[in-house]
Ligand binder design. Structure first.
Ligand code: FAD
Length: 471
């Protein structure tokens, strides 16, 4: 393919355009059960102009391009097309602007959560972003355009809500800006124009390459406390989370199943739940500006938990400090961003999930049903849940750790994820960061006119179909 030579010599430099087998192999897959696929070339861009040049050439020669930063999406959505180009954006890692007066930051794709946190801490800037449980090198920009979730999603919704505007290289190489920057002089807001930011949210790089993200920052409250409440059954845990969320008092509420609790707190994997132990651990983060505010919020939490404790369905909350005395290893996971080593560093190397968003009204039923699928197939139910945006909807995430080198196990994981996805759909829960296989499952259920318009939009922006094409 002569495009490699043109890109090397005229655009990126030969050292940034690699076609050797180990590199192609390295970028061919991810940690999931999705089949790897070798690209024809791996290119590293450092500037917006380079991304423009690459897309112009790729468009002319009709070469598929898959942009990628950390490749941690857990849905196989940054696996390249066969023989196509994997465009690595990790070197575009400038924090372009942090505007405290208007409470936003402008970031390139390669800026990770760890990098921004360090920048803010080093400069003593008391603002924060919503942190996912992803490793620190994960791209903030990707998490926003994939509509992910973080520790402030209860208050401010999924990450696309945080976007003020984007700078995007369109598939033909043109540059476009959305949000207030479409006409104004700052990135201060998403309104008032037609919301073209949506053309690049949840499209997984199929409509263009986002080269700048303007993202909201929120003041970091000086006081914070975290509590864990063991709950004896799923429905009680979920109803407690919803009640707590509806008070509007708390910054983060979520829960992990007993199985993940054991992994996180004791490092123990793969075993049965003792029927006498709690089924899940609900956690609550309380942040405040003053001790008075903190104690009022804490009292509000205790009231609700005590009501449930009197019914015998939950136990008294345990404060993080007390918890850390019992499980000191948990300390590094209690701060953001964190690295969940126990999910990432294990001999089998495989990690996948079906992560879904859906209605609080069906949350417990959907969770119970997914749990049954996992246990019936012989998997430990690693389940994580969280109310979102004031409990307007909920997150239900079924996580699996597996051995990638064992084809039979990989096949079993595929089958389970397919069943989990369909079952969640039955309960109104939809897989986010939607893998290609899940899109196929959804298609028969989708509004045909939604599909038709989506296809027209994509063809309009990318008539040659070069952007991150799916099998
Ligand atoms: C242990 C673990 C915990 C996690 N916890 C969470 C969590 O709590 N919440 C959460 O939301 N996620 C979580 N994740 C998932 C993951 O971190 C996110 O999906 C992350 O946002 C993806 O970022 P990335 O840099 O890995 O993107 P990549 O995987 O590299 O790319 C993601 C997608 O975006 C496309 N893309 C990449 N760059 C661009 C660009 N510049 N313009 C347009 N398209 C682009 C890619 O082609 C791909 O389709 C977790 C992952 C792990 C491994």
């Amino acid at each position: 393919m002569t495009i490699h030579i043109t890109i090397s010599t005229s655009l990126l430099g030969a050292e940034n355009v690699l076609t050797d087998d180990p590199t192609l192999e390295k970028f061919s897959g991810d940690m999931t059960e999705n089949d790897p696929c070798k690209p024809g070339v791996v290119a590293f861009a450092s500037t917006v102009e380079q991304v423009q040049g690459v897309l112009r050439l790729a468009n002319k020669h009709k070469v598929p391009v898959t942009p990628r930063v950390a490749g941690s999406n857990l849905g196989g959505i940054s696996i390249p097309a066969p023989g196509g180009m994997l465009l690595d954006l990790t070197r575009m890692d400038r924090i372009v602007e942090v505007n405290i007066e208007d409470a936003y930051a402008v970031l390139e794709p390669g800026v990770g959560f760890g990098q921004l946190k360090k920048y803010l801490d080093d400069k003593g800037i008391a603002f924060t972003i919503s942190y996912p449980l992803s490793p620190p090198e994960v791209s903030i920009l990707c998490n926003c355009i994939l509509d992910g979730l973080g520790n402030l999603s209860l208050k401010h919704g999924s990450m696309a809500n945080w976007i003020n505007g984007l700078e995007v290289v369109l598939p033909n190489g043109d540059l476009m800006r959305t949000g207030s920057m479409a006409a104004g002089k700052t990135w201060c807001s998403r309104p008032p124009f037609p919301d073209l930011t949506g053309l690049f949210v949840n499209w997984q790089g199929t409509t263009g390459i986002v080269t700048k993200l303007a993202v909201q920052l929120w003041p970091k409250r000086p006081l914070r406390k975290r509590f864990f409440t063991p709950a004896y059954d799923l429905a009680s845990g979920i109803s407690l989370m919803t009640e707590l969320a509806r008070t509007g008092c708390f910054d983060d509420i979520g829960c992990v199943f007993w199985s993940l609790g054991k992994l996180m707190f004791a490092g123990v994997r793969h075993f049965q739940r003792d029927p006498n132990e709690p089924e899940l651990y609900v956690y609550v983060d309380i942040c405040a500006n003053t001790t008075l505010e903190l104690s009022a919020k804490q009292a509000q939490m205790l009231n609700l938990v005590e009501e449930a404790a009197e019914r015998g369905v939950v136990e008294e909350p345990i404060e993080l400090d007390v918890f850390l005395k019992l499980a000191p290893d948990f300390a590094k996971m209690a701060e953001f961003p964190t690295r969940l080593d126990f999910l990432l560093d294990h001999p089998g190397g495989g990690l996948t999930w079906v992560g879904t968003y859906g209605p609080c009204s069906n949350w417990a039923k959907a969770a119970e049903s997914g749990k049954k699928i996992m246990t019936d197939l012989g998997f430990t139910p690693y389940i994580v849940m969280r109310p979102m945006n004031g409990a307007h909807f909920a997150v239900l995430r079924f996580i699996t750790i597996f051995d990638r080198k064992n084809p039979a196990e990989v096949q079993k994981v595929r089958e389970m994820n397919r069943r989990l996805c369909l079952d969640a759909l039955e309960h109104g829960f939809l897989a986010y960061k939607t893998p290609a296989w899940a899109v196929k499952l959804f298609e028969p259920h989708m509004d045909p006119n939604f599909l038709a318009v989506a296809c027209k939009v994509r063809t309009l922006l990318d008539p040659n179909g070069i952007m991150n094409p799916r099998p």
